[in-house]
Design a protein around this ligand. Structure first.
Ligand code: FES
Length: 276
């Protein structure tokens, strides 16, 4: 975990109210794992703003021995309050105070054995609701060289669907509530079609989406949802495990989202007691 003043190299709006920011952060880029996050100091706000690590540049794994270049990270965020509004107005060349990488990310099936013999490829199903696409894009980039990856992204309209040009090995299924592109409905409507195919499921989205998935998981015919990791997006206080402001109830007791997560097993969380 490093705290750095990082230079912004790009900050653009990619859809209404959603911005993609790249910052120079070599120490974070080389250490980051999909599902981890950073916190950014936003002007005079006391609480730092948590943001998922959305991509690292170049798009490679350090284990592949490739050059990490300038070591930039991308942050994808929705402008929803004063902190993100302030971030949205930063210009190329400005510096922001970033702390990370933080938290525990997704567990990924290993692909390289000790003697570099590729293990069996898996079918990985990634399920994103809205801005939940942010950490799953990084995950898709990291696993798609070795595994079959399907990414379902749900949004209200076509304009909010993520432009997925950088993920050419990923099967992408857009879902919109108004049917303006892809399947019509919400991601949990079409999720059952892919469950039998999937060896492992990863999800990031709103709590209602997780509760619907947890309900499916209770049904015997959807038992492979028991192999599902979810990334929780909750309001954080300190972001480093010190304040207990982010606890959630699990079958293993209260857990801190910022330190024990943000990734948990879907079936470990006591969803009926979660109040987010
Ligand atoms: Fe303080 Fe998690 S935000 S313990």
């Amino acid at each position: 975990m490093r705290q750095s003043l990082c230079t912004i190299t790009s900050n653009v709006e990619i859809s209404a109210g959603v911005r993609l920011m790249w910052v120079e952060a070599p120490n974070i880029a080389i250490a980051a794992q999909p599902g981890q996050f950073i916190t950014a100091r936003c002007e005079d706000f006391i609480l730092r703003r948590p943001l998922s690590i959305h991509q690292v540049s170049p798009l490679s794994s350090p284990s592949m021995g490739e050059d990490l270049g300038e070591g930039e990270i991308a942050l994808l965020f929705q402008v929803v309050g004063g902190g993100t509004a302030w971030l949205s107005q930063r210009q190329v060349g400005d510096k922001i105070d970033i702390l990370g990488p933080l938290g525990k990310g997704f567990s990924i099936p290993s692909v390289i054995a000790k003697h570099e013999v590729p293990k069996q490829s898996k079918n990985l199903l990634l399920v994103a609701g809205g801005i939940g696409i942010a950490p799953l894009t990084f995950l898709a980039q990291r696993v798609s060289p070795w595994h079959q990856v399907t990414l379902i992204h749900g949004a209200s309209t076509a304009a909010q669907i993520y432009p997925l040009s950088s993920l050419n090995k990923v099967r992408f299924i857009p879902v919109t509530e108004d049917g303006s592109t892809g399947e019509k409905g919400v991601v949990t409507d079409i999720l059952p079609d892919s469950l039998d195919w999937a060896d492992q499921i990863y999800a990031c989205g709103p709590v209602d989406m997780y509760k619907a998935m947890a309900t499916m998981s209770l049904r015997a015919e959807r038992s492979n949802l028991k192999k599902c990791q979810v990334s929780l997006e909750v309001r954080l206080g300190c972001g480093i495990g010190a304040c207990y402001g982010c606890t959630i109830p699990t079958k293993k007791g209260l857990k801190k989202v910022c330190q024990d997560g943000p990734v948990f097993e879907l079936d470990d969380i006591l969803w009926e007691e979660v109040r987010i």
